[in-house]
Design a protein around this ligand. Structure first.
Ligand code: UDP
Length: 143
């Protein structure tokens, strides 16, 4: 296993439910270190750019509308095997398929409003982290 970084987003539905701290607690309990974080209200252009790979999908417009409907929390998580372990903690895209105890089982209401995002591979993690953070904004956690 290797030390990895992955991008996490707490989506507008979960921010609206006031569960940022509860979700951060899950990350820290799982052994992740938060090495960068910010609250943002995405513009349409920012949301379209982030989800560009889905632009031909039927749900794209609704996804952009949802992701711009309120503030989000964006963070970079660091830890061993972070990309896969973060996906495991998140649970399946559709909350009805998500295992009990996962973030989506606990906080998502539907496949469209599913509480959290997490990078799905090391390559996409690098691209997504760079989409939101400069190199200088990523803090070394040495203590
Ligand atoms: N999505 C949606 N309807 C669908 C499939 C996906 O609204 O039928 C949204 C949902 O918010 C999902 C995002 O598009 O989280 C990206 O989809 P992907 O398949 O990459 O799922 P994820 O990696 O987020 O689990």
């Amino acid at each position: 296993m290797a030390l990895e970084r992955t991008l996490s987003i707490i989506k507008p539905d979960a921010v609206g439910k006031n569960v940022i701290g509860a979700i951060y607690n899950r990350f820290e309990t799982a052994g992740f270190r938060i090495v960068a974080a910010k609250m943002m209200h995405l513009s349409t252009e920012q949301a379209e750019g982030f989800y560009a790979e889905h632009k031909e999908r039927p749900f794209f417009r609704a996804l952009v509308d949802f992701m711009t409907s309120g503030p989000i929390m964006v963070q970079v998580l660091e830890g061993e095997d972070a990309v896969k372990r973060h996906r495991d903690i998140m649970g399946a895209t559709n909350p009805t398929d998500a295992l009990a105890g996962t973030l989506r089982a606990d906080y998502a209401v539907s496949i469209d409003e599913n509480a959290v995002h997490g990078s799905d591979a090391l390559e996409s993690a690098a691209r997504e982290i760079a989409y939101f953070f400069t190199e200088e904004e990523l803090c070394a956690r040495t203590r």
